[in-house]
Ligand binder design. Structure first.
Ligand code: FES
Length: 100
């Protein structure tokens, strides 16, 4: 497991989401009231960009067909069998980092 630096915490205000490419992978980064959550950025439905979805509270809606996920857990909002990979997140020296 290694630590991957994704982006500046200051560049992601509360209520915002971002798509970040790092180490050859796509990550979806969310700020929910000051707490940062990071999920695998590729929607399991058909590969849509979860980091470009709209964030309401702690639920992101995929921009392609509307699947919704709780970003704090990765859990699909309607189908309990679908859970998106969630990464351990750390803020260090103003950067959003994950263990991956
Ligand atoms: S690709 Fe995300 S809902 Fe279809």
């Amino acid at each position: 497991m290694s630590r991957i630096s994704l982006m500046n915490f200051a560049d992601l205000p509360p209520g915002q989401s971002a798509e970040v490419v790092a180490e050859g992978k796509i990550f979806a980064v969310f700020n929910v009231d000051g707490t940062v959550f990071v999920l695998d950025g590729i929607c399991p439905h058909a590969g849509g960009p979860l980091g470009k979805g709209s964030l309401r509270g702690d639920v992101v809606t995929c921009p392609w067909h509307g699947w919704q996920f709780q970003v704090s857990s990765g859990q699909h909002c309607l189908n309990s069998r679908i859970c998106q990979t969630k990464y351990e997140t750390i803020i260090e020296d103003g950067r959003i980092m994950i263990e991956a």
